[in-house]
Design a protein around this ligand. Structure first.
Ligand SMILES: [Zn+2]
Length: 150
């Protein structure tokens, strides 16, 4: 079926344009009131929107100056490395490595450190690159965008 407005091949939208029912392509459907959309496009869009809301793309990263921050906060609390390691239930040698920025703490350990020392060690970064790729993929499967590529 050809679009009744512009003549393009993929007329998948049933619309009411100025009181007349027309079968049109995705682009022309913007000019009227859509009463039926192609199934594929609707499904994909809903699914994607739902996913994004439920699971935002975020990366947890340890801050660069974690060692300095931990040492400073620990000394402020007047705890030795030994005492502090005991409190954390980790080896003193491990704490030394962390404070010297030789070893990055794991996210759960960093969260624990944050709580005890009241400092910020974990940054939450939005993974923009992933989101971009994802939305690009979505566009490719909707009928409207396939038509635009012609
Ligand atoms: Zn059209």
């Amino acid at each position: 079926m050809n679009c009744e407005m512009c003549g393009k091949k993929e007329a998948e939208y049933k619309t009411i344009v100025e009181g007349t029912e027309l079968t049109v392509c995705a682009k022309c459907s913007a000019y009227g009131k859509v009463i039926r959309k192609p199934q594929l496009a609707i499904k994909t869009k809903q699914k994607e929107g739902f996913k994004k809301q439920e699971k935002p793309e975020k990366i947890e990263k340890i801050v660069i100056d974690y060692g300095q921050k931990i040492r400073k906060a620990r000394t402020k609390k007047e705890m030795t490395q030994e005492e502090f390691a005991k409190k954390l239930n980790i080896k003193e040698s491990l704490l030394t490595k962390i404070e010297n920025s030789v070893l990055k703490p794991s996210i759960p350990l960093a969260r624990k450190l944050e709580k005890i020392l009241k400092i910020r060690l974990v940054e939450e970064i939005e993974d923009n690159e992933k989101v971009e790729i994802k939305s690009r993929k979505t566009e490719a499967v909707t009928i409207g965008d396939l038509i635009d590529l012609e």
